[in-house]
Ligand binder design. Sequence first.
Ligand code: ASP
Length: 269
Amino acid sequence: MFALLFGIAMALVGKPGERLKGFFDDFNDVIMKLVVILMNLAPYGVFALMAKLFTETGLGMIAGLAKYFFLVLVVLIIHGLVVHPFLLSALARVKPGIFLKKMRDAQLFGFSTASSNATMPITLETVTKRLGVKNSVGSFTVPLGATINMDGTSIMQGVATVFIAQVYGLDLSVGDYLMVILTATLASVGTAGVPGVGLIMLAMVLQQVGLPVEGIGLIIGVDRLLDMTRTAVNVTGDAMVSCVVAKSEGDFDEDVYYDREAGKKLEDL
Ligand code: ASP
């Protein structure tokens, strides 16, 4: 709210607002450069963190890391292949197999770019041209979903928090678990649809339950493949919800969804 009002006031004051805008643009460039420097340093920092941890806890940590990796992967796959189709058939009452088949291109693009935002044009095209969602609904739900709907990301953040707590030997109470669920959901909403941001937002979840933020260093090494997989899940969620919303609004064309031809359409009439 503050940012919005500040922006409006900046636009209203004229020249001083423009000067301030120039300052923010420059500030943004400096911060972006800082991020690039930190990204280049990150591998060395992660190496040092992992080395310290392995010397303290032994190589058994690798087995723990492998368990974390496969658990996130399996849950993501179940979410994408079971939960999404189930919700689609329960709420939109259409056959989910067709949805999964048509989503393949968007999922592959999401997987290879690890960015919901970069995948947005393909998700939008799939949703409106192949799944039968009217443009008036899809052009709202898909960009909104690519920005705030990150179910795959929240799955990773939940599992990662529990994993980091276990590595540091900290017990989480039931209240902590509820806090993890709440903050992982909020953090995933705040996650930008670009590669790796889910891991940065994990810091918020860790802080909330009193875990050390350095814990992120433990999982950063195996995150790329998980990032790719959770992005594919994120874009599937965006498309699934678009279909459900379109159906509830009466803006869903089942002929397009089921690829019924024009002739068949007339017969139906
Ligand atoms: N890469 C994810 C996406 O774009 C966000 C994340 O979890 O890092 O959807």
